[in-house]
Design a protein around this ligand. Sequence first.
Ligand code: PLP
Length: 424
Amino acid sequence: MTDTPNASGEPDELYLDAAATEPVTRNVIEAMMPFMTDAYANPASVHQPGKTAARALDAARASFAAGLGARPDDVIFTSGGTESDNLAIKGIAMARMRALGLQPVYGLAGDDEPSGVNPAPAGEHPASRRPRIIISSIEHPAVAQSAQWLHEWFGFEVVHIPVDGQAHLDLDALEQELDGEAGERTTLVSAMLANNEVGTVEPVEELVRIAHAHGVPIHVDAVQAAGQIPIRMRDWDVDALSVSGHKFGTPKGLGALLVRGRTPIEPVLSGGGQERGLRSGTQNVAGAVALAIGLNESNARMAAQYRELTDSRDMLIDAVRRVVPRAELTGDPVSRLPGHASFIFPGVTGEALLVDLDARGIAASSGSACAIGRHEIPGTLLAMGLEPQIAKSALRMTFRRPLTREEIERISMALEDSYTELTH
Ligand code: PLP
């Protein structure tokens, strides 16, 4: 994130899209290398090279678990945040549906309409035995679409907990949804620790307390939070927690679901039974090493630079408001990720602003990173009660290292110019 001139004399692109992905660090690459070249064996093999690989996998698992306040046995290595969320939502909901003796409803299409595939059971189904899942209304599609899949294939009732104007979950609504007969049919609660679009950090311990008071396990999507704020999975008594490596300096396609042994869960992938039988497939030893090193490096940086990072974020927020007085910060101004600044810019679209800023050497985002090439209206902003037209004007700037004064100056000047040009 420097703005030193490159070979052509132009300042380098200032990368402000760390919430979408981060570069892989040198240390991570170097730590991975031996497990792709010399110590390449399959960790399930019984020979010495296999044992060497298995020992490296165990060490990586222990170190990675410690970085999230978890135990080695909690860790299921996966291919990233999306897979971890799918495994948690589908795996736990289905296992609990069976354990609670709930009855799936086959043949529902999107809106509770019998699809015609198998409409009969839906009509005869006793509502009192219908499985249910509760998610927040600001979840990433990896969670929201997994819940929708449960609805379409097994007739789950999907309940969305509303949020307030700063994207905080309505805890009273959660409490009410878990009360009584409907609470007894609830297989799982899923909420995120930190929101990808507006950076708001949710009160995870409160959420756990409420879910557990009703005997329901809770899954936490911590993809945006891992490596940015401290995570204490065991202390918080969370049942399952998803993380993704490329948000903290590993190659893409690496992640983990941490899930406690007490939590009922079915695998989504069938196969050789690796990772406690929950994630079959030959384990990626180099990937596990990358996850351990990347997380620990990010955690160490977080501890050393937290203050500087939040100070520079707040300076950026002030600077943006100064140059574009109509800009409004979205999300909680205080309880938010340290390197996350998100705004709405009334009168322009986030997309136009992005393109214009890009031409000025600033790489930002409109909010949600993971909707491939689509410029959708950010769902979190809609759930926060913003009009679609306003939600479309969202711009997000995310960074992992403190911004310098010069960088803040450069960003605010570019924003002022872009905004003026686009609104005139
Ligand atoms: N959950 C959240 C909150 C995210 O922000 C993302 C990606 O940005 C994901 C899940 C998906 O993670 P992955 O890209 O590793 O599949």
